[in-house]
Design a protein around this ligand. Structure first.
Ligand SMILES: NC(=O)c1ccc[n+]([C@@H]2O[C@H](COP(=O)([O-])OP(=O)(O)OC[C@H]3O[C@@H](n4cnc5c(N)ncnc54)[C@H](O)[C@@H]3O)[C@@H](O)[C@H]2O)c1
Length: 251
């Protein structure tokens, strides 16, 4: 799988999955435009890959920021072949009557509206080239919800519905749109799903790890491998697919 002629915008660059996904895309030869509201964590990678990595701090819920980062990518690398939406926020499990409207709107804005904004901004450039691959990281919790993750599950469900809607809309332009559903993954986000006051290490083992039939938490590498495949020409007949990378959690 050679990505050396590809340019990828990858969001969530500062997070547990994003950093590893970016590293993998750089190793496969892609040029990467890495985006996060906090990019501190990828300083080292930027030093190691000065010609392959463009780093931008942006709030993905702001349309002007999103348009700006896409234009900056095209100005630098002349094209966008891949959009990989990794950025997201968790929700501490709570009953619906305790979820404020502001909390609901914040989760929807990052987990679904940002997917709309980034897709909207890259599609004109992909249409010009008559090719592209958009990959949205959702969650297997859409198929197998846990109690109290109401806003989170709804926001990821919207991302999956948008994936399918765009897959059919953009197929005539040879732009493929797919989603990855991670199962419980070993990043800092996992602890953020635990209800306020809950025991995080107990939940990691007894709620999350034990729910995975293959017996371990998902790693960022597992997600990166799937993202590389979906981005590559090996997946050229895949569009509108939702791929569970979850160790069987979704069964
Ligand atoms: N960790 C899990 O168990 C798990 C399970 C299923 C799905 N997911 C999904 O995988 C993706 C990656 O999660 P992770 O585990 O790396 O989490 P993480 O919290 O480590 O990383 C998420 C990143 O998104 C960034 N971000 C949040 N809001 C932003 C905004 N408005 N603008 C720009 N960047 C913003 C954060 O700064 C952070 O760096 C997320 O979409 C998450 O919902 C995670």
């Amino acid at each position: 799988m050679d990505l050396s002629n590809k340019v990828a915008i990858i969001t969530g660059a500062g997070g547990g999955m994003g950093q590893v996904v970016i590293q993998k895309f750089l190793e496969m030869g892609a040029k990467v435009s890495a985006v996060d509201i906090n990019v501190d964590a990828i300083g080292e990678l930027a030093e190691k890959y000065p010609d392959q990595l463009l780093v931008t701090t942006a709030n993905l819920t702001d349309e002007d920021s999103v348009n700006g980062l896409v234009q900056k990518t095209v100005d630098t690398y002349k094209q966008v072949d891949i959009l990989l939406n990794v950025a997201g926020v968790a929700q501490a499990a709570k009953n619906i009557e305790d979820v404020s409207l502001a909390e609901w709107e914040r989760i929807m804005a990052i987990n679904s509206t940002a997917v709309f904004l980034t897709s909207k901004a890259v599609v004109p450039f992909m249409k010009q080239k008559n090719r592209g691959s958009i990959i949205n990281v959702a969650s297997v919790s859409v198929d197998r919800p846990r109690p109290g993750l109401n806003a989170y599950v709804a926001s990821k469900g919207a991302a999956i519905s948008l994936t399918k809607a765009l897959a059919i809309e953009l197929a005539p332009y040879n732009i493929r749109v797919n989603a990855i559903n991670p199962g419980p993954a070993d990043t800092k986000m996992l602890a953020e799903f635990v209800p306020a006051g809950g025991d995080q290490s107990e939940a990691k083992e007894n709620t999350f790890r034990s729910s995975v039939p293959l017996g371990r938490l998902i790693t960022p590498e597992d997600i990166a491998n799937c993202a590389v495949y979906l981005s590559s020409d090996l997946a050229q007949m895949m569009t509108g697919s939702v791929v569970n990378v979850d160790g069987g959690r979704g069964i």
